[in-house]
Design a protein around this ligand. Structure first.
Ligand code: NAD
Length: 440
């Protein structure tokens, strides 16, 4: 099947590569011509495990092509995916300008029937607005071309995105038109052949709300555990034992129960805010979700607060080694990452940061540039040199078995603040390390 994809970001590229992998002919378009140039040269502009290999393989087979000429994409696909960004506006609502720009372009340039897919995370009611935009553009050119807009939210996790796409827990389709449903079923058939119960067709509004509800639920679990971790810390309990104790309950399940230093990334924070904003528009108060967001904001300052307490509220001229800048492992994404809140607070207090991340250094440098109070280090050992304490922000695997004696000799005092509970407090105490973690 011929497929056009607008947006060559995390979602657009993974969708493009995976649809090519299951045999479709894909044309992926992006307004960012520098990104397209990188892709055409065979490289990936983002870090996502396994992605570059797939991109190269299918550019070689000719199943996957990239273009900065957006109208070419509009006249190509039977299925047209909108996978552009929907960042937060200042009031928390989703910014739909890129989605609408693509809708208008589709209306201006399609020349045959197509199914337009809202793959971006968009507020409830957006499919209707996208339909109107396309129709307006068609009317303006007096074109009588049929199309159907469907909702097909994406649930992939950065860092495991290829696997999530190829082996989905479910595929949600919001569609009330039989022909479009059939086309979408055919598109995804190889992914659901062995598990037809993964194919969930529903009305468009429910599909749109399902995506927000899923992220809101996951964010809620995290904030809940973070809140319990504060109680655990105060009363002398251990949040890791509590996690196991409640996760073993089948009604609760073990996933997404890790206390830590707050959730970040391009989805949870903005999607929670967007759902709150949608609720407000329809006069619904969501105190639970407001609290989820509020708890998370507080949690993002926990690492700084612990450091500050350790150094008697004076971090002036202190040097802090930071391991991990990405919002989670296996990605270079630093959108709304806790590392940003931490580094900004440290700089503000006159401290210097020595940071290492396996892949996110360039993204961080891109956002913050070169500064005298920020040293971007080539490896985790270099980050320790001359530092007064080590803070672990991202749970990259390579941080899990460090060289303890090197840590002790490199740091001016053996202080570790661990935002991801990677180690056993007892073991580190036995090594003579002053170890602070979350909820233990
Ligand atoms: P991204 O910022 O990585 O990529 C968006 C891309 O769209 C950029 O390359 C940008 O240049 C391009 N773009 C902007 N305007 C365009 C236009 N008019 N025409 C063509 N391209 C245009 O974003 P992302 O992380 O891939 O997220 C895309 C959407 O998917 C968002 O709504 C997001 O909430 C949702 N989503 C993201 C994830 C994730 O883990 N990243 C998971 C599920 C859903």
């Amino acid at each position: 099947m011929k497929v056009s994809i607008y947006g060559a970001g995390y979602v657009g590229l993974v969708t493009a590569a995976c649809l090519a992998e299951i045999g479709h002919e894909v044309l992926c378009a992006d307004v960012d011509s520098s990104k397209i140039a990188i892709l055409q040269s065979g490289a990936s502009p983002i870090y996502e495990p396994g992605l570059e290999t797939l991109l190269q393989r299918h550019q070689a087979t000719g199943k996957l092509r990239f273009t900065a000429e957006l109208p070419t994409a509009a006249s190509f696909g039977l299925v047209q995916f909108i996978a552009v960004g929907t960042p937060s506006l200042a009031n928390g609502a989703a910014n739909l300008s890129a989605v609408f720009a693509v809708a208008e372009l589709i209306g201006q340039h399609i020349n045959q029937f197509c199914v337009v897919v809202d793959k971006s995370t968009v507020p409830i009611g957006t499919a209707k607005l996208v339909t109107e935009k396309i129709q307006q553009a068609l009317n303006a050119r007096k074109a009588n071309i049929a199309f159907t807009v469907v909702s097909n939210p994406e649930f992939l996790k950065e860092g495991a995105a290829i696997n999530d796409f190829m082996q989905p827990d479910r595929i949600v389709l919001g569609c009330e038109d039989e022909k479009a449903t059939q086309i979408m079923h055919e598109l995804y058939a190889p992914l659901i052949a062995d598990a037809p119960n993964k194919w969930l067709v529903m009305d468009v509004l429910s599909a749109e709300l399902t995506k927000y509800a899923a992220n809101a639920m996951l964010a809620t679990r995290i904030s809940f555990m973070n809140e319990i971790s504060h109680v655990a810390e105060k009363v002398g309990a251990n949040i890791e034992h509590i996690r196991q104790g409640i996760g073993a309950d089948k009604r609760i399940g073990p996933h997404f129960l890790n206390a830590g230093c707050g959730y970040g990334g391009s989805c949870f924070p903005k999607d929670v805010r967007a759902l709150l904003s949608t609720a407000q528009e329809v006069d619904i108060n969501m105190p639970l979700l407001q609290a989820v967001e509020c708890v998370n904001e507080r949690q993002k300052t926990v690492l700084f607060d612990k450091l500050s307490a350790i150094f008697n509220q004076d971090l002036t001229n202190k040097v802090i080694a930071v391991w991990g800048l990405a919002f989670k492992p296996n990605t270079d994404d630093i959108r709304e990452a806790t590392s940003r809140v931490l580094c900004e607070a440290l700089w503000q207090q006159g401290a210097t940061v020595r940071a290492y991340d396996p892949v996110a250094i360039e993204e961080f440098r891109h956002v913050y540039g070169e500064r005298t109070d920020m040293h971007y280090c080539a490896d985790k050992e270099t980050a320790l040199q001359g530092a007064d304490a080590l803070v672990i922000v991202t749970e990259w695997d390579e941080f899990r078995s460090p060289n303890w004696s090197l840590i002790k000799t490199s740091l001016s005092q053996p202080v570790i603040v661990d935002g991801r509970n990677l180690f056993e407090p007892k073991e580190l105490r036995a090594l003579g390390i002053q170890y602070h973690s979350i909820g233990r």
